[in-house]
Design a protein around this ligand. Sequence first.
Ligand SMILES: *Cc1c(COP(=O)(O)O)cnc(C)c1O
Length: 402
Amino acid sequence: MSQVSRDTFDKVMVPNYSPMQMVPVKGEGSRVWDSNGQEYIDLAGGIAVNALGHCHPAMVKALTDQAQKLWHMSNVFTNEPALELAQKLIDHTFAEKVFFANSGGEANEAAFKLARKYAADNFGPEKNEIIAFYQGFHGRTLFTVSVGGQEKYTKGFEPLPGGINHVAFNDLDALEAAISDKTCAVVMEPIQGEGGIIVPDEAFVAGVRALCDKHNALLVFDEVQSGMGRTGQLYAYMHTSVTPDILSTAKSLGGGFPVGAMLTTEKVAASFVVGTHGSTYGGNPLACAVAAAVFDEINQASVLQGVVAKHDYIKAKLLAINEQYQVFSEVRGRGLLMGAALSEAYQGRARDFMNATLAEGALILMAGPNVLRMAPSLLISEAEIDAGMAALERAVKQVVNS
Ligand SMILES: *Cc1c(COP(=O)(O)O)cnc(C)c1O
C-alpha cells in the first residue's frame, strides 16, 4: 500500500496544478494504469511527449545502457551521446549547429537570446524587436511567456521584458504592418498547439518568410509540440516551402525524458561565442542517449506514413461521433496533433469532456477551453484507437445528455 495519494498533493505541492484524482503508476505503449489498477487508453501521449508510448523497449535499453556508463559531466567536456544526437538532427534537418537544453522553454529562451545577439552583432543594438503571435505558446520562463501571446500567462508577473509585439496569427497584413528594420526575429509555431491546434495557410507561412528576408529578421519556428514526427514529417516546416533560421524542439524529442534543443545555421550560431550562453544539464548523456534512440525509431518512413494513416482513422471516428451528437464545429490539425473544436452549444466545456473521457477510460487533452486535443503515441495501434474513441464517444453521450 502506497504512503502517498492524490490528497498528498494538496498538502505538499505548490498549488499551480490541479491534477486529476487518479494517479498513474504504470504505462506500456498507449495504455496506462492508475494506483487502483484501472486501465486507460492514452490519447494524450503524456502531453504530446511520449511519441513512442510508455516504456518503449528501445528507450528503456538506451537509458539503462547509458545509466551503466556515464550520467553527467559538465559542459567543460563534451560527450558521445550529445554529439551523436546532434549529428542525427543535422543530417535530417536544415540545421548546421545544435544547442542542447532540458525543456522547450529553455530551447526557446536560447532561440530568442540568440536572435537578439545575432541582430546586435550584425546590425546594431536598435534591431531588437521580436514579433510573435496572439495565442502562441512558447514556455513559462519570463521571456518565453512574454513572447507567448496569452495574457493569462503574464498577468501578475510584470514588469515583463520589453521589445516584444504580438499580431494576429495567419494574418499577413497584420505582420506586414508591424514588422520593420528594427525587428530582429519573428517567432511562430508552424501549428499553434496550446492556442487551439491552428494550422496556418501555406501562403501565410511563405509570406512570413518573405517579410523576414525583406527586413533581415530571423524566422524562429517553435516546433516543441509539432516536431519529431508528430505531423507525419520529422518537423512541421517540412510540409511547407519555408525553412526557418532557428528551430526549437523538445517534448517528443526525448519521448518522456526531459531534453530540448535549438537548431540553427552556422552563420547564426556564430553569435553564441564561448561564454554567451549555457546550461548545466543541457546535453546530458542520459537525455541525449534516450533522444538518439527515439530519433532512430521515429525517423522511419513506415512510422511517419503511419502517422498520416492514423490521423485519417481518428478523424473519421471523430466525424462519426459528431454525426451523431453535433458537438464539434471542426476537426483539425495535422498528423497526430489533432483538435476537435467544440460547437457553439458547448463553448467553454472542454474540461467537462476531458473529465468524462477519463472516467470512461481514456486520456485526452484540451487546447484552451473550447478545443479537445489529441496527441497520442505515433505508434498507437488501431485497436487502441478504437478503445480510446469508444471511451470518448461514451463521454460525449454523457455530456450531451447531462
Ligand atoms: C510545451 C511547449 C513549450 C514549452 O515546453 P516546456 O518543455 O514545458 O518548457 C514551448 N512551446 C510549445 C509550442 C509547446 O507546446
